[in-house]
Ligand binder design. Structure first.
Ligand SMILES: [Zn+2]
Length: 131
């Protein structure tokens, strides 16, 4: 499974901020900080396996766009338009969904969603037993 690390801090009401890092785990960091990101073009289909810190220990294939064009402001307030494909495109879509209150499991079929809920309950019960 492809990996990316990111965070979605809440910084006031008018700013939506995501931080994406798709650099290899043992390589130098390459953070992309995107303020008010917006997908302005979508193309193609991707079916990558995704996971999320918000839904621990659950992974599933998710349909998304293979290529996107994203517009955002960098930390200096300069407008950036970026063509993304592969892991970067998936990371942007995943994180922008978070900003809109959507989790990757919201893209799954009702059956897969309920499997995820069951697994989550089991994991939470198990974690309480450990505590
Ligand atoms: Zn996530």
């Amino acid at each position: 499974m492809a990996e990316f690390r990111s965070a979605v801090p809440h910084v006031g009401e008018s700013r939506r901020l995501i931080i994406i890092d798709i650099s290899p785990q043992d390589g130098p960091r390459n953070l992309i900080v995107a303020v008010n990101p917006e997908i302005i073009l979508r193309d193609g289909e991707a079916h990558e396996e995704e996971g999320c810190l918000s839904v621990p220990e659950y992974y599933s294939r998710v349909e998304s766009n293979a290529c996107i064009k994203v517009k955002y402001l960098d930390l200096d307030g300069k407008e950036v338009v970026l063509d993304c494909a592969g892991l970067l495109a998936i990371a942007f879509q995943h994180e922008i969904d978070h900003l809109d209150g959507i989790l990757f499991i919201d893209h799954l079929s009702p059956l897969k969603k309920s499997m995820c809920r069951k697994k989550r309950k089991k994991t939470m019960a198990h974690n309480q037993e450990i505590l």
